[in-house]
Ligand binder design. Structure first.
Ligand code: NAG
Ligand code: NAG
Length: 131
């Protein structure tokens, strides 16, 4: 499995423990992009529209769902996000296998891009609030 240098934790086997831990909090599971999932956007601001009006809080779950190896996602700095500069993304940080779930562990703004399709707007900003 790719090791993610993210401030989010990739959860597979430890999911049960986390579920228990967060049971008393108002946790939401989000599928990035809703029914469309993490796919080439029909218009450049599709993911921007998707996050609008949504509130993400610490402990929320995020799913990136896409067909294996057709897309990917990686966390980047804001400056790289703004210019779609994907050259700093290391191969091991570029997740191209579907079915990943992340848990937001802290209040922070995360910038994600699909390395191959960043310029088409295949990007999302996830702003995690403390509560
Ligand atoms: C995607 O790849 C993973 C790991 O190789 C595999 O377990 C999973 O079944 C694959 N999913 C699809 C939809 O092909
Ligand atoms: C893109 O990012 C790389 C690595 O962070 C940097 O060296 C390069 O100068 C950047 N390119 C542009 C056009 O900003």
């Amino acid at each position: 499995m790719a090791s993610l240098n993210l401030n989010l934790v990739v959860v597979t086997t430890i999911m049960v423990a986390y579920t228990h831990f967060y049971a008393s909090m108002a946790i939401t599971s989000w599928v990035i992009g809703g029914a469309r999932g993490w796919d080439s956007p029909p218009r450049p601001n599709f993911y921007e529209e998707w996050v609008k009006e949504k509130k993400f809080v610490k402990g929320d779950y995020f799913y990136f769902i896409f067909k294996n190896h057709t897309h990917s996602f990686a966390e980047v700095e804001k400056s790289a996000f703004d210019t779609c500069n994907t050259t700093s993304i290391k191969d091991e940080d570029d997740v191209d296998t579907s079915g990943f779930m992340l848990i937001a562990q802290k209040a922070h703004t995360f910038y994600f891009v699909c390395k191959r399709h960043c310029k088409q707007g295949h990007t999302v900003v996830i702003d995690i609030k403390e509560s």
